[in-house]
Design a binder for this molecule. Structure first.
Ligand code: TYD
Ligand code: ZN
Length: 417
């Protein structure tokens, strides 16, 4: 993996409503790219690019976002994130596929997924009689999907791509975008592409982490350069309406630390928003998401989290305890770099993703090792960087805890279990 120089620019307007009054409320950087793990050669070369990692809120539509944009070709042409890394995500997606097949489509309809990753969701449509197509820009990930038999276009989803699909396969009854809308800089053009691809009665279903959960649970580590937007319902509605789509329903989900699944239709279909849409808009109003107060309070809690986490790690060091990291997710990079946690704190990080093993974490350069190391050489304390899989990991590592091992779970405030 040769280190290419990344293209980067800083925007000056809101990517949802184009207003230019944006207020910065959290500075986490400069930071390296969260998935830019280094090999030995890159580590020796000592060159690592850093980019500002600052969160802003738009004072017109409340959209929380990064303004520093690293080009999508740099971030997404070769990708290290595979949806199948856990048990939680495949079962979450199987339930979504079952819902789409039962409620939003009939046999023979086309379902298109944007950012279809390794095909985990679309493979769940097998046997439903639906036609499924994935659009995935990362060649290495698209290849994995194809090998498991999922029809996949190795492209970015653009107005052009949507046009090609509509010509060759017809319009889509359902377009799905899970954990991808927040990664898109030019939201408006992608929304127009979705609009053009949907049948007149079609549904656009997308999942994004929910800003309310992010703020309440102090999930600052989910902020990294790939994630350009942090959606609340209100700005999501503004984004859709600009493209002629209407938000008709929202369901809160537990995955990824709190997610909203949004359902949109053509405005022309005339479907009114559900009670949940109204309830969440009211909740966001009550929380004052149109004012600076909740963002400033969040930034204060994030600083306190860093102080408390470092205190736990320093104490472990003084007591001669060995600490290792558990999971090397992208969010771990933000947490380690923001808190300045390096090898003086963590001996290694174990991760199940073969593509990450043998490499070093961005910025703090902690070696990533296979899970076998954790079994053979267990630490006294494991810092759970993949805290979004807490239940799954605690169940899997019951023996480690029975033998006296402890986990530190950093979010929402560090605690030892
Ligand atoms: P994830 O939190 O899904 O993603 P992100 O990179 O978007 O923050 O990544 C979870 C990481 O944790 C992934 O690299 C796999 C790893 N992992 C383990 O090593 N062991 C486990 O038991 C689980 C559930 C995940
Ligand atoms: Zn805005």
């Amino acid at each position: 993996m040769a280190q290419k120089r990344a293209d980067h620019y800083t925007r000056s307007d809101c990517r949802v409503c184009s207003a230019t009054r944006l207020t910065r409320f959290l500075e986490l950087g400069p930071q390296p790219l969260a998935n830019a793990f280094l090999d030995d050669d890159m580590l020796k070369a000592g060159e690592e690019e850093m980019f500002p990692l600052d969160l802003y809120v738009c004072r017109a539509c409340n959209h929380v976002q990064l303004l520093d944009v690293v080009s999508k070709e740099t971030l997404f042409s070769h990708y290290l994130y595979f949806s199948t890394v856990s048990r939680t995500i495949p079962s979450h997606f199987a339930a979504l596929a079952a819902e789409v097949a039962a409620r939003h489509t009939t046999r023979g309809d086309l379902v298109v997924e944007i950012g279809s990753n390794d095909g985990v969701l679309l493979s769940a449509f097998e046997g439903t009689g639906l036609r499924a197509l994935g659009v995935e820009p990362a060649a290495n990930v698209a290849e994995v999907a194809r090998r498991r038999g999922v029809h996949t276009m190795n492209k970015f989803f653009t107005e052009d791509t949507a046009g090609t699909i509509a010509r060759e396969l017809g319009k889509a009854k359902v377009v799905i975008g899970n954990n991808v809308i927040g990664h898109i800089d030019d939201l408006h053009s992608v929304m127009k592409a979705v609009k053009s691809l949907l049948t007149a009665d079609g549904t656009f279903i997308f999942e994004v982490p929910y800003l309310v959960d992010l703020l309440e649970m102090n999930e600052f580590d989910t902020v990294y350069h790939e994630h350009l937007s942090y959606f609340a319902v209100r700005p999501a509605k503004v984004m859709l309406e600009r493209a002629g789509l209407a938000l008709v329903d929202v369901k809160r989900q537990e995955v990824h630390g709190g997610t909203i699944r949004c359902y949109a239709k053509h405005i022309e279909a005339g479907e009114p928003p559900s009670a949940t849409v109204q309830d969440l808009l009211a909740l966001e109003e009550r929380l004052g998401l149109g004012t600076m107060a909740p963002y400033e309070a969040f930034a204060g809690r994030v600083q306190r989290l860093r102080t408390e986490l470092l205190a736990i790690l320093e104490k472990a060091k003084r007591e001669g305890k060995r600490v290792a990291g558990y999971g090397a997710p992208a969010k771990g990079s933000t947490l380690l770099n923001y808190c300045k946690i390096g090898m003086e704190h963590l001996a290694y990080i174990q991760d199940t993703t073969p593509a990450k093993q043998g490499l070093y974490t961005p910025g703090m350069h902690i070696p990533v090792v296979p899970p076998a190391r954790f079994q053979q050489d267990p630490p006294d304390i494991a810092l759970m960087l993949a805290w979004n899989y807490e239940a799954e990991i605690l169940a899997k590592e019951a023996a480690f805890r029975r033998a006296g091992g402890k986990f530190v779970i950093p979010i929402p405030m560090p605690r030892v279990v």
